[in-house]
Design a protein around this ligand. Sequence first.
Ligand code: PEP
Ligand code: MG
Length: 589
Amino acid sequence: MKTKKGIPVSPGVAISRAVVIDAEDQPIPRRVLPAEAVAKQLARLDEAVAKSCADIVRISEQATARVGADLGKIFGYHLAMLQDEQLISQFKQTIQAESVTAEYAVYTVMRRMGRMLLQQSNRYFRERVNDVWDLERRILGHLIGRTHEELAHLKTEAVVIAHDLTPSQTAALDTNKIKALATDAGGSTSHTAILAHALGIPAIVGLENASTDVETGNTVIIDGNKGLVIINPDAATLLQYRQERRRMAELETRLGKVAHLPAQTKDGTDIEILANIEFPNETRFAIEKGATGIGLYRTEFLYLASEDGKPSEELQYEAYKETIQGLDGRSLTIRTVDLGADKIGRNGANGEHVERNPFLGCRSIRFCLQHLELFKTQLHAILRASTEGPVRIMFPLISNIMELRQAKMILNDVREDLHENGVEYREKIPVGMMIEVPSAALQAATFAHEVDFFSIGTNDLIQYTVAVDRGNERIASLYSAAHPAVIQLVRDVTRVASRANTDISICGEMAGHPEFVMLLLGLGLRNLSMTPHAIPEVKRVIRSVSIDQCKRVARKAGGFDSDREVLNYLKDEVCKILPDALDGRAREY
Ligand code: PEP
Ligand code: MG
C-alpha cells in the first residue's frame, strides 16, 4: 500500500480499478523497417484512423448527452481533421518514403503541424494546437495501445489517473463508469478542477507523479476530501473507506433535505445563494441543489466548444435564451468571455507558452477589447436574449478604469445598434465587474461609481495578490484563500461596496467552502455564488450561525499573521458548530 497526497478539488471517495493515462509528449522512436513491412504499417494506420473516428463520434454523442451540444461540438473539429485527405496522405507518405512505423509517421506529422500552428500570429490557429495533441494521442492510443482506447471502451467502473487532462478529456468522461480522477498537474482552481466539480466526481490535482506510481489495474482509493490517493490499499484501509463512503452517502441524504430550506442565519438574516455554471444545462441541477439564481455563467466554454473558437451570435443567443428560460424568472449573471491561460491550457508540445506570461497577458476583457467584433457579437446575443428574463452583464479581469469605460461604451454601441435595427432588448440591465485583480480591489471606491455590482473572483484575486499561478502544483501550498492579504482585500472591497450602495457578491471557489462561510458573512457578504454541489453544505453552515457570531470570527481571523493560522482557526470554528462540516478534514492541511 502506498499513499500520495495532492490537492483535493472535488469531494467524495471512490474505490476502484485505476486506468492510467500516460504523460503527454512521450517521443516516439524512429524505427526503420524493411520495405516489405510498409503495407502492414499502412493497414495499421487505416485501422487506427477508423477507430479514432469511431471514438470521436461516440464521445461526441456522449458529451452532447451529458453536458450539451456545445461541448459535443469540440469533437466535430477533431473529426474534420481526421477526415482530411491531405493529413492522411501525409501520414502515408511518411511511412512509404521513410519506411517507418505508423506511430512514428503520425507522431512526426502531428508534431510538425503543432509547431506550425504555434508559430502563427493568429491566436485562433495557435489555440488549435491542443486539438492537434488530443488527436495525436487518440490515434497513437490505437496504434500503441495507450489508454485512450481503454478509456473509450471501459466496461467496468474505474478511476482515471493522468498526468494532466485536456478540457475535452475531462468533459467527455463518462461518469457512469469513471468514478474519480487524479492528476499530476494542476492547482485548486485550475480548469480541470472546476470541470471535475461540475461533473460531481471526486478529484485530486497536483499529485506530481501519481501517473507514474500507479499502474493500470491497481486498486486505488481516491479520497477527494483529504486529497489522498491510496494505491493497493490493505484490507483495513479498504474497510475504513467503505465505512467512510457509507457515512458520506448518509451525509448526502441529510444535505438533500437542506437544499431547499431558506439560506437564513439563526438571527433571520437572508443570504442569497447562487450557482456558478459553465454550461446552460447545468441550470436545472443548480436549482435542484437550492440555488436561487446563477451568479456566474462562465461563457468562455461556449467558445472553447465551438469549432472555430468563435460561436455565432445565433448559437450564443440560443445558449443564453435556454439558460434564462431554465431559470424561470431567477436572475442570471452572464460574464462576458474570459478566455485565458487557465481555460485554454499550455499551448505547446513541451509546455511552452505563446505569451511569456499568459496570466499577465492578453486574457479576458483585454482580449475582448482587442477583438471588438467577437466582443460585440457576444453583447448582441446577450442583449437579444435579455428579453427572456432578468439578466446582468459582468465584465471580467478589469484592472483599470479605462477598460471598464471602454467595455461600457461598446455595450452602449451595441444597444444603439440594436435600437436602430428595431431589435428588442431589456432596457435596464445591471452592468457589473469582477473584482479579481488587486488594482481593482484597491480602487474599488472609484469603480463603485461606475458599475451596478461587483463580484469578487477570489480564484484570480488570490493568484495576483500572492503571485502564485493558480494552476501550478509546485507552489500550490502558497496559494491560499486564507492569506491575510486576500482577506484584507475582500474585507475592504465589501466595505467600499456597502458604503457606496453597490451590490456585491463573491463567486470564487472559496465561497463554496464551508470553512470560509462564517468569515465571508462576518466580512459583510450576503450573496455567495458557488459550484452547485457545494450549495447544501454551505446552506447548512449558514442556518447554524448568527451574524454576530460570524462578525466575531471575521474579527479574530483578521488578526492572524499567516494563512495557516487563519485556516486552522476557521476550520476549528466551523467544526465547533457542525462537527461533520468538513468530512473529517478539520485538522488536515
Ligand atoms: C475567479 O477568478 O475567482 C472566478 C470566479 O473566475 P474564473 O475561475 O473563471 O477565473
Ligand atoms: Mg477569474
